[in-house]
Design a protein around this ligand. Structure first.
Ligand code: 5GP
Length: 342
């Protein structure tokens, strides 16, 4: 277990409000006792499973607990510190800006607060670089998506490089990518990188095909892309041709029941193809995991040597959205750490 904790790691798929630890959750619950929320309502423990629909209910509960600037600042700084303590050297956080009339939270102040948290952690001297992806919740449709991209663009230009891209997420059974295409194209044209949840559930093949034409810079999950899972060779070819990295979240997919068990996880398929795969947590709070555990789980399930695991974490550096200079710095960091860790 020590090897996995000491392994320098890159986390590219982490939803802010899904990443809230038990400790932070307790602080939030104490701040809002009138909500009568218990910890068991905000996480899915060991051996437990929920349908994907039930997972989305959990997010609704968490959103009630995180509805002020103060909450967001605490949650974001705690989450960043926890990733740093787990040996994550580079983190891309993603979150859906929310407006809360009761607390006068605006989408603007939501993003500002996350950026403030990133800066605070930098000032603390933590050994982690953090970037932010502004998330589009697919259920909210064309106009909100366009508004989100505009906000992200403004912050990309004003935040000094902290906002680097757009995430498309939210309940995959709601809405359709075709309505979001103009916003995603606009994002791409103004220099925002795109990480899209694609084929997280079956029967999204048409949407996936359409969105792959953009093409996105990274894919979240992609569980049902390949023929063995009801996808098509045509889709696989598109992903391979553009060498679009996949963000793969083992515990999340098994606990959310889109994948039956660990050995059937699509990591196997893509890894065997030699395609860029990045191990991620998705929602370390909700799914009670951390990135070290996810690497260890992948190694145990797919029989990976320490050398292979090292390579996996090293190759993740190539998939980050931050500027080239930081990428080079991280590569040097890995080279320096290799003799100590491996
Ligand atoms: P937030 O954006 O509020 O920081 O994080 C929670 C949100 O992330 C959820 O409401 C949902 O939109 C998105 N999310 C978290 N986990 C998943 C997942 O496994 N699949 C999808 N499609 N969306 C997710």
């Amino acid at each position: 277990a020590r090897f996995y904790r000491e392994l320098p790691k890159v986390e590219l798929h982490a939803h802010l409000n899904g990443s809230v630890s038990f400790v932070t959750m307790e602080k939030l619950i104490n701040r809002k006792p009138h909500l009568n929320i218990e910890k068991s309502m905000t996480a899915i423990g060991k051996g437990q499973r929920r349908t994907l629909d039930e997972c989305f209910e959990v997010f609704k509960v968490i959103h009630k607990l995180v509805n002020t600037e103060e909450d967001i600042l605490m949650v974001a700084t705690d989450v960043i510190r926890e990733f740093a303590a787990d040996g994550v050297k580079y983190l891309e956080l993603r979150s859906t800006p929310r407006e809360e009339k009761d607390t006068r939270l605006t989408k603007q102040s939501y993003i500002e607060t996350v950026i403030r948290a990133i800066q605070q952690c930098k000032n603390e001297g933590l050994d982690i670089d953090v970037r932010f992806l502004v998330a589009i919740d697919r259920r909210n449709g064309t106009e909100v998506a366009m508004e989100t991209v505009k906000l992200a663009e403004e912050f990309m230009l004003s935040s000094g490089g902290q906002v680097v891209g757009i995430d498309l997420s939210g309940d995959p059974k709601v809405g359709h990518g075709k309505y979001l295409l103009p916003a995603l194209e606009k994002a791409k044209n103004c220099g925002l990188k795109l990480s899209l949840h694609l084929s997280e559930v079956p029967s999204q093949l048409e949407e996936t095909d359409l969105l792959l034409n953009l093409p996105p810079d990274r894919i979240g999950h992609g569980t049902f892309l390949h023929p063995e899972m009801g996808g098509t060779q045509h889709l696989v070819d598109k992903v391979v041709k553009n060498r679009i990295p996949l963000e793969l979240c083992l515990t999340s997919n098994v606990k959310g029941q889109t994948v039956q068990n660990y050995s059937q996880h699509h990591f196997r398929y893509w890894y065997q193809l030699g395609h860029p795969c990045v191990i991620c947590t998705d929602d370390k709070g909700v799914f009670c995991t951390d990135l070290s555990q996810e690497y260890q789980l992948a190694a145990a399930t797919f029989n990976l040597s320490h050398e292979a695991v090292w390579k996996l974490s090293q190759q993740a550096v190539d998939c980050i959205f931050a500027e080239e200079a930081l990428k080079e710095q991280l590569k040097e960091k890995w080279t320096k750490l290799q003799p100590q860790v491996l």
